[in-house]
Write a protein that binds this ligand. Structure first.
Ligand code: SAM
Length: 131
């Protein structure tokens, strides 16, 4: 991700942040980090994980309705967050709204067709759609 963009001294949005695993790492360099998570229990866990990090906040929300103002984010990180795929257009429209001009959206998904993780995934789920 660092080869694509820098988040140093910028505002990062982690969309679908889950338990907030990635938030502390972003917080080391970013000016501000906002986690958005629709599941209340996960949002609470993410808040607990980051409670001592003054530049991190964790909000309840979805990709389709991001609780942030227009043009307020420099870098979005959406890792294996389930709103992509068919029907994801409202989430993409929200990305366009909240990201400042020149910002970057990093959308990361797992490739279910290879790797150790892919083998586990294929055993448990129907064949994944091509990326
Ligand atoms: C596999 S977890 C990944 C969590 C986190 N991104 C990570 O990498 O640790 C998928 C996450 O996507 C969130 N999610 C599902 N639908 C979403 C939506 N419409 N908008 C935002 N997040 C969503 C889930 O609540 C869950 O926290």
């Amino acid at each position: 991700m660092e080869q694509r963009t820098s988040w140093r001294d910028r505002t990062v949005l982690d969309l679908g942040c889950g338990t907030g695993f990635h938030l502390p790492r972003f917080a080391e360099a970013a000016a501000r980090v906002v986690g958005v998570e629709p599941h209340p229990a996960l949002q609470r866990l993410a808040g607990r994980r980051t409670r001592r990090l003054p530049n991190v906040s964790v909000l309840l929300g979805t990709a389709q309705e991001v609780p942030l103002p227009d043009s307020s984010v420099d870098v979005v990180h959406a890792r294996w967050a389930y709103f992509f795929g068919p029907g994801c257009e409202p989430g993409l429209a929200e990305l366009e709204r909240v990201v400042r001009r020149g910002g970057t959206a990093l959308v990361i998904d797992n490739d279910g067709s290879r790797s150790t993780f892919g083998a586990w995934f294929r055993r448990g789920y129907p064949p994944p759609r091509p990326p």
